[in-house]
Design a protein around this ligand. Structure first.
Ligand code: IMP
Ligand code: MG
Length: 177
């Protein structure tokens, strides 16, 4: 697998990403004015988007944290997700936004949403940079999103293929030769 040849084709430019992230951040700034806001990023993919997002949110009540799961087989529907890093702070009274790079089947997002909800935060919303609704098999409401795309394998802006290409500043489609 590792040595299969592929090409990268840009589908969202760096400039478009910057513009869109600012728009989402403005919306979040408005929605959470005066409120305690905890932005929770899913490692590793969401780290890049989360950084850009928080630099553009105006709030002095914003904190961040991260959660992480082990690689899993999305075709395995046992509902089991192995948590590598959980949130270890009290969530009572906090408004959470869980941030993902790509919302695909939705399995990991739904798992975390339910896991965090029982700890009584004030609210939980979901934010994804890329939404691929055609691959969804869980019922999830997406509150904030960057782009909706067709069923493609993509990399860049924090998103990887075999851990590579997270440092690409655009979003590219990965096309096998
Ligand atoms: P799911 O929504 O639980 O299936 O998990 C989505 C996760 O799978 C994303 O956060 C990515 O880490 C990974 N993933 C899904 N689609 C792609 C893709 O097109 N490129 C790279 N990683 C992907
Ligand atoms: Mg991910």
């Amino acid at each position: 697998m590792e040595d299969r040849k592929y090409n990268l084709k840009e589908i969202i430019s760096k400039e478009d990403i910057e513009k869109r992230v600012k728009e989402i951040a403005e919306q979040i700034t408005k929605d959470y004015e005066g409120k305690e806001l905890l932005i929770v990023g899913m490692l590793k993919g969401a780290a890049t988007f989360l950084s850009d997002l928080i630099f553009n949110i105006k709030s002095d009540k914003l904190t961040i944290d991260f959660i992480s799961v082990a690689k899993y087989d999305s075709k395995d529907d046992t509902g089991e997700v192995k948590v590598i890093k959980d949130l270890d702070q009290p969530l009572e009274g906090k408004n959470l936004i869980i941030v993902e790079d790509i919302l695909d089947t939705g399995k990991v997002m739904l798992y975390f949403k339910e896991r965090l909800a029982v700890r009584h935060p004030e609210s939980i919303k979901i934010c994804t940079f890329i939404d691929i609704p055609s691959r969804r098999d869980k019922d999830i409401v997406v509150d904030y999103k960057g782009y909706t795309i067709d069923d493609k394998f993509i990399v860049g802006y924090g998103i990887d293929y075999n851990e590579k290409h997270r440092n690409l500043q655009n979003i590219s489609e990965l096309i096998f030769e």
